[in-house]
Design a protein around this ligand. Structure first.
Ligand code: GLC
Ligand code: CA
Length: 632
């Protein structure tokens, strides 16, 4: 092992090494054990752990092969035991399921296979009874083509709801052929306009043609959204919303062509035409004032295509009264070829790139009234352990890397979001599965597009990308039990997506009570995060060894002093080995800026698997550790 070449010293790490503490001794004293009292004034959702449930795949209670709300209710104790504070339920509203419920036909009714509105009421009660909250997924950039509003809008040009969607006349090219109003390419490998024969106009859809965009410029339409979708469910007792595609409501209203960036396509990527448009902050503020704030509802918006932190901050600054928090995607999009053209042509990247994205969105809130989120999985991405960890080199490294990714997530600043199955290290669908097992509209369209090109290489590359990145990987049935049919997810002969072949190895039952498991490690980490929120939830993030290709190292620093001693901030050092090779350790007390006696081992990913190494022992493959400068 090489000598520590780039030596890290407290002076470079902590420029304000001795800082004045405004805390009274009394307060500091109270917080010696943990930072929870001091942070008691913060809103619940900052230190709360959120858990996303994908309803179709979580738990099937009636054997029809689809997960459902009663199934979810039957697993609430499991979530509560894990340490979850809030359940985020992906769309359960009535829908023709062109995009798995992100195409809503009726905001006030529940898709029958999932249950009824009364089941949602019961779910809310059952969450509340366990001290948990429930948020629903609000999809109001667009509706389904089958929504009554769109049916009315499309019925005639003079319909009172015509203007609730975005209709434009055709253009004609030099040959006199009809062409769409703009050349925009949307998501799912679709152009953004569909021709309506009946009324002889095009309607806009950023996603599939089944998902027409609502016209937020129309005030009646906005009021209907607030009242009939948001307030309707808030009145019934839900605690807030994850808000889909939140920065796409205000389009640039000139409706001009986007520059041609790829002459091979008829339509061109044009996110600048519909993301963060001129009235977006006005709309979101209004949404907050009219629907969220009166209920003190929590909000987390999906914010894609952002140039950088300066553009994100206005959405989450508390004084602006827009959103509590957002998901920013630069880290989770790593490996994709961008959202529009070659999304599934895999683009390799290095650990330093990942670290840079994380560091940016860890630190951008410093000195502001904004807030950030922490997540590495959701229903739109491949599994983290398959993308960022090592799920392909055997059980040992699968487990070690899943645990290290857990340690990473649980020590970052912001509100932590887990996705179902992440807590047991669920992995991507087997590589041997063919395209027929991919059910997602996006996977299918990109694959069909590649096939239609007749370019064999593009088809192979697309399939390769899908194996890593497809949205399908996170959507297969949850693995509850290795001995039960369909992994304990369902009694059905056939489940809506195929159950992973590896469910006997990776499942809740097998991991429960096993101190060496991914699940028990997550449980432990969430307790640690909650015990020291000043460090882990609210701490200042300082990255080290930015250019190291294997080691991922950072310090989290609290606002609180160690044992109330002014100028001695509580710190945690997170050292992780993101590789298969043994890595040299850190000089722990030096980096923490404390004496050797004051440096403590808080946790290692090998805990429960084998005896813990010395403070200064080399890091095993995919091992992660936390050290502190205070007595844990
Ligand atoms: C969001 C959802 C995604 C959906 C899209 C259209 O990105 O997370 O699943 O396809 O919006 O609603
Ligand atoms: Ca069912």
């Amino acid at each position: 092992m090489a000598e520590n070449a780039d030596k890290i010293t407290p002076a470079t790490l902590y420029p304000n090494h001795v800082s004045s503490s405004k805390l009274t001794n009394g307060l500091c004293h109270q917080t010696e054990q943990n930072g929870t009292q001091l942070l008691g004034k913060e809103p619940w959702w900052k230190a709360g752990v959120f858990y996303q449930v994908y309803p179709a795949s979580f738990m099937d209670s009636n054997g029809d092969g689809w997960g459902d709300i009663p199934g979810l209710i039957s697993k609430l104790d499991y979530l509560s035991d894990l340490g979850v504070d809030c359940v985020w339920l992906s769309p359960v509203f009535d829908s023709p399921q062109a995009d798995m419920g992100y195409d809503v036909r009726d905001y006030q009714a529940i898709y029958a296979p999932y249950g009824t509105a009364e089941d949602v009421d019961r779910l809310t009660e059952e969450c509340h009874r366990r001290g948990m909250k429930l948020i629903l997924d609000l999809v109001v950039n667009h509706t389904s083509v089958e929504h009554a509003w769109f049916q009315e809008s499309r019925s005639s040009k003079t319909s009172p709801k015509r203007d609730w969607y975005i209709w434009k006349p055709a253009r004609y090219n030099s040959q006199g052929e009809r062409i769409p109003p703009t050349n925009w390419r949307g998501y799912f490998a679709c152009p953004t306009w569909t021709w309506d024969e009946e009324t002889q106009e095009y309607y806009l859809h950023l996603y599939a043609p089944d998902q027409p965009d609502l016209n937020w410029e129309n005030p009646d339409c906005r009021d209907a959204i607030y009242k009939e979708t948001m307030r309707f469910w808030l009145d019934r007792g839900v605690d807030g919303f994850r808000i889909d595609t939140v920065n796409k409501y205000s389009k640039r209203t000139e409706y001009q062509d986007a520059p041609v960036t790829d002459p091979r396509w008829e339509s061109q990527p044009a996110p600048e035409m519909w993301c963060n448009g001129p009235r977006i902050h006005e709309f979101i503020h209004e949404m907050n004032e009219k629907a969220l704030a009166p209920y003190q509802a929590v909000s987390v918006g999906e914010l894609s295509n952002m140039a950088g932190p300066a553009d994100v901050l206005p959405y989450v600054g508390a004084a602006r009264r827009e959103l509590d928090m957002v998901f920013e995607f630069s880290m989770i999009r790593l490996g994709t070829g961008g959202g529009f053209g070659p999304k599934y042509i895999y683009q390799p990247y290095t650990l330093p790139t990942l670290k840079r994205h994380v560091a940016r969105f860890q630190t951008f809130i410093e000195g502001t009234d904004g807030w950030t989120t922490v997540f590495c999985e959701n229903h739109d991405n491949g599994r983290a352990v398959s993308r960022f960890g090592d799920s392909g080199s055997g059980a040992e490294l699968w487990r070690a890397s899943a645990r290290t990714l857990a340690l990473w997530q649980a020590t970052l600043t912001g509100t932590l979001f887990l996705y179902q199955g992440q807590e047991i290290g669920m992995v991507n669908m087997p590589a041997a599965w063919g395209i027929e097992e991919y059910k997602d509209v996006e996977s299918r369209n990109f694959y069909a597009d590649a096939s239609a090109s007749g370019d064999r290489d593009r088809v192979d590359k697309t399939m390769h990308g899908l194996r890593i990145l497809a949205r399908d990987h996170s959507r297969i049935p949850f693995q509850w039990d290795g001995e039960a049919r369909n992994a304990g997810f369902s009694d059905a002969d056939e489940t809506w997506m195929r159950v992973h072949d590896g469910y006997r190895d990776i499942n809740v039952k097998k991991q429960t009570g096993d101190p060496a498991s991914v699940l028990e490690f997550w449980r432990r980490l969430l307790k640690i995060r909650k015990k020291y929120p000043d460090v882990f939830v609210h701490g200042v993030f300082r990255s080290l060894r930015d250019e190291d290709l294997q080691r991922y190292v950072y310090v989290k620093e609290s606002k609180l002093d160690v044992n109330g001693k002014p100028g001695t901030k509580r710190r945690a050092l997170v050292v992780m080995n993101w590789s298969k090779e043994v890595q040299e350790p850190e000089n722990v007390n030096e980096v923490l800026g404390c004496s050797a006696e004051s440096a403590h081992f808080l946790v290692s990913t090998t805990d429960g698997c084998r005896e813990r190494a010395q403070l200064d022992a080399a890091l095993e493959p995919w091992e992660g550790r936390i050290y502190t400068n205070f007595q844990p």
